[in-house]
Ligand binder design. Structure first.
Ligand code: FES
Length: 282
């Protein structure tokens, strides 16, 4: 754990990290492609889903390598793992390019470990295809060990550093449980957003005539201030664009229209009573 803390704060990685970030951003530029790779269409990051295939193939190949007479099946699984690691890596790099510096440092070592593992598995596949079964097994087990380190760092990124998690979701539990007045309807500008407090949680309100919708104001991607974001479109199609990385959320239901956010922005129950806008926990 001490090593991980040092890794998170290791600024000497930043020059490499910054250059790679620029490179990834310039290569994966089209917005539609970025949305696909972030998993905006899926409602969750795509990278961990794609990773299931090579990881599953490599683990099963290791089990088969321990059994007699299963060399061909193990070779087929390793070929599958090597072939499917590329798309998983591309999705991972795309997510990585929009993370904070501390997460990018850990992500860099996570990616490096996985690149080494992929190299070992590629060597294992070539050795097997050339009839060097024993060498193929050794390289395969070495690949699995290094991939295990990569997976550990990936777990740290996801669970200790919350990379890819919806950063807005915890705000829901801090909202008042009962209907609470957040302001008057007349104080809200029509067709624009306004920020009000519900308890101590900032909430983004959007008024469309007599209808008001409410979203958590902190962006689910990296807690950017949606209240400072531009509103595009009108009526039921109006969206707010996060000023930090451009995630775009529909104001009437929180649906994510463009990433890097992959999850919808949490919608808060909202009603108008006697000219007052009231909010509460879902
Ligand atoms: S904080 Fe990254 S898009 Fe909002």
């Amino acid at each position: 754990m001490r090593l991980l803390t040092r890794l998170e704060t290791e600024r000497r990685l930043d020059p490499v990290s910054d250059k790679l970030q620029e490179a990834v951003s310039s290569v994966v530029r089209p917005r539609g492609l970025r949305d696909v790779l972030h998993g905006t269409w899926l409602g969750h990051p795509l990278h961990p889903v794609l990773v299931e295939v090579p990881v599953g193939a490599f683990v099963c190949a290791a089990v088969l390598d321990l059994l007699p007479g299963r060399r061909k099946s193990a070779t087929t699984l390793i070929a599958l793992g090597v072939a499917t690691a590329g798309p998983a890596a591309v999705a991972g790099w795309t997510d990585w390019s929009e993370l904070t510096k501390d997460r990018r440092r850990v992500g860099l070592v996570h990616a490096a470990a996985n690149a080494v593992a992929l190299g070992l598995y590629t060597g294992s596949l070539l050795a097997r295809l050339r009839g060097h079964g024993a060498k193929g097994k050794v390289l395969g087990f070495a690949g699995l060990s290094v991939a295990g380190l990569g997976a550990y760092l990936g777990g740290h990124l996801a669970y200790a550093q919350s990379a890819g998690a919806n950063q807005a979701a915890p705000e829901i539990a801090r909202l008042p449980e009962e209907w609470t007045v957040a302001g008057s309807l007349s104080s809200l500008p029509d067709g624009r957003t306004a920020v009000r407090m519900a308890g101590d949680v900032p909430v983004l309100l959007y008024r469309d005539g007599d209808r008001v919708s409410a979203l958590v104001e902190r962006c689910g991607h990296e807690t950017g201030p949606l209240g400072e974001g531009e509103v595009v479109g009108v009526g039921a199609d109006a969206c707010v664009v996060c000023p930090w990385h451009g995630s775009t959320f529909r104001l009437t239901d929180g649906a994510v229209v463009h990433g890097p956010a992959a999850s919808a922005q949490p919608l808060i129950p909202c009603r108008v009573r006697d000219g007052k806008v009231e909010l509460r926990q879902p």
